[in-house]
Design a protein around this ligand. Structure first.
Ligand SMILES: *Cc1c(COP(=O)(O)O)cnc(C)c1O
Length: 394
C-alpha cells in the first residue's frame, strides 16, 4: 500500500502506541480518582498538557482536551455565540474555505439569528487581510480563519487577520488542525483567542484533540456534567488518547525541521514530475505558500472519482480533496472559492505526504497516474472533441 492521504488521517507512530498501552489495562483508573494508578493516569495526562502547551507557547491551563478538531471548532462557535447573543453582537466572519466543522456550525447559528459573512480567497487560496477589513463591523463577535487549508494546503496570514479582528473588538479563532505538528505555531505571537487541533492529523490517535483558550476569556462548557477540564468539558478523560496525542506532539516538535525539509523536497519533486509529464495538469495554489506535505492538482478531461478508483486498484490511497466530500461528484467549496476553472476542478487530486513517504512511492504514484490519466482521456468524448477541434483549427 502507498498511503498518500495524510491530510485525512495519519498512522499512529509505534512510539506513540507504546506510550498509550499501559493506560488501557494497567493504569486504566479514572484519573479523577484518588488511588495510585489514578494519580499515574492524571500525571501522564498533565504531562501531555504541558508538552502541548509548550509546543504553542501557551500555558498548560490554556489547553483543554476534546474529542478532536470538530468538537473544538463547535465549542468555539457555541461559546462565542452564547456570550455574543447577550451583548447583541450577532455577526460572525469566517473564510469561505473553512472545514465543514465551522461552516455547518455557522449555518446552524444563522438559523438562530446570527449573520455570517464569508471571506473570499485569492486564486492561490489565501484570505486577504483587505477582505477582512472590508467585512468587519462593530457588531462582529468572532472571526474564524483556519491556519492552513485541508485541500489546497494554503497557509493563511493568521497573525495579521487576528490583529484586524482585535482592532475591532472581535475574538479570533483559528482551526489549526492541518497545521499543528507540521509548521511552527505560536499563540502568543499570533495573539489568537482560540486554536483547534486534532491528534490523528499528526500521528496521534483518532478521537482526541484540544482547544487552546486564552486565559481570561469566560467560556462556558459545550458538554455539561462533571468537573473535568476545569469544569469546561465534562466526561471521563480519554487518558490513552491524551497520552498518545502528547507523545505525538513531542515527536512532531522534535522532528519538525527535519520532517518538513524531507516532505518539501519530495513534494516539489512530485509537483515537478506531474507538471512535466502529465499534460493539462494545474497545480492548485502556489509552491511557496503551502503545507510541507500537500500536493493538489486539477486535471482536465478526467473525473476525480475515477482516478481515485483506479489508483486504489493499484494500492495507492489518495483523495479528491477532502475526506468529507468523497462520494459527492461535486466541486468542493474550496476549489469553487478559488475560482478554479470547472473543466479542471472536476479532476481534483490531493496527494498528502508524511515523514515516512519515500521517493520510490512517489515514482510509483507518478507512473500510475500517467497511465491512468492517459487511459481515461483516451476514453473521454470531451478530450476527443477538443483534439478534433484543434486539428481543424490548424
Ligand atoms: C480533519 C479536520 C477537522 C476535523 O478534525 P476531527 O478530529 O477529525 O474532528 C477540522 N478541521 C480541519 C481543517 C481538518 O483538516
Amino acid at each position: 500500500m502507498i498511503y498518500l492521504d495524510n491530510a485525512a488521517t495519519t498512522a499512529v507512530l509505534p512510539e506513540v502506541f507504546e506510550k498509550m498501552k499501559p493506560f488501557f489495562m494497567e493504569d486504566f483508573a479514572n484519573p479523577a480518582s484518588l488511588y495510585a494508578p489514578a494519580r499515574r493516569a492524571r500525571a501522564a495526562m498533565e504531562e501531555s498538557r504541558r508538552i502541548i502547551a509548550g509546543s504553542l507557547s501557551a500555558a498548560p491551563e490554556e489547553i483543554y482536551f476534546t474529542s478532536g478538531g470538530s468538537e473544538s471548532d463547535n465549542w468555539v462557535l457555541q461559546a462565542v455565540s452564547s456570550r455574543a447573543a447577550a451583548e447583541d453582537r450577532k455577526h460572525i466572519i469566517v473564510s469561505a474555505i473553512e472545514h465543514p466543522a465551522i461552516l455547518a456550525g455557522c449555518r446552524a447559528l444563522a438559523q438562530s439569528g446570527f449573520e455570517i459573512s464569508y471571506l473570499p480567497v485569492t486564486e492561490d487560496g489565501v484570505v486577504s487581510p483587505e477582505a477582512l477589513k472590508k467585512s468587519i463591523r462593530p457588531d462582529t463577535c468572532l472571526v474564524s480563519v483556519m491556519t492552513a487549508n485541508n485541500e489546497s494546503g494554503a497557509i493563511q496570514p493568521v497573525k495579521e487577520l487576528c490583529r484586524i479582528a482585535h482592532e475591532s473588538g472581535a475574538l479570533f479563532h483559528t482551526d489549526a488542525v492541518q497545521a499543528y505538528g507540521h509548521i511552527p505555531i505560536d499563540v502568543k505571537d499570533w495573539d489568537v483567542d482560540f486554536l483547534s487541533a486534532s491528534g490523528h492529523k499528526f500521528h496521534g490517535p483518532k478521537g482526541v484533540g484540544f482547544l487552546y483558550i486564552r486565559t481570561g476569556l469566560t467560556v462556558g462548557p459545550l458538554i455539561h456534567g462533571g468537573s473535568q477540564e476545569r469544569n469546561r468539558r465534562a466526561g471521563t478523560s480519554n487518558v490513552p488518547g491524551i497520552v498518545g496525542m502528547g507523545e505525538a506532539a513531542k515527536i512532531a516538535m522534535r522532528d519538525m525541521a527535519q520532517t518538513s525539509a524531507k516532505e518539501i523536497k519530495l513534494r516539489d519533486y512530485l509537483i515537478r514530475r506531474v507538471e512535466e509529464e502529465i499534460p493539462f495538469a494545474r497545480l492548485t495554489g502556489t509552491r511557496q505558500n503551502r503545507l510541507p506535505g500537500n500536493v493538489h492538482f486539477c486535471f482536465r478531461f478526467v473525473e476525480s472519482e475515477t482516478i481515485l478508483i483506479l489508483l486504489d486498484q493499484r494500492g495507492i490511497c489518495a483523495s479528491g480533496g477532502s475526506a468529507c466530500a468523497t462520494g459527492a461528484q461535486e466541486v468542493s467549496h474550496v476549489l469553487t472559492a478559488m475560482h478554479v476553472d470547472p473543466e479542471y476542478a472536476h479532476g481534483a487530486l490531493r496527494l498528502t505526504l508524511s515523514g515516512q513517504t519515500t521517493k520510490e512511492e512517489i515514482d510509483t504514484t507518478v507512473g500510475a497516474l500517467k497511465e491512468i490519466i492517459a487511459k481515461l482521456r483516451s476514453m473521454s468524448p470531451a478530450y476527443h472533441a477538443w483534439k478534433e477541434h484543434r486539428e481543424t483549427d490548424n
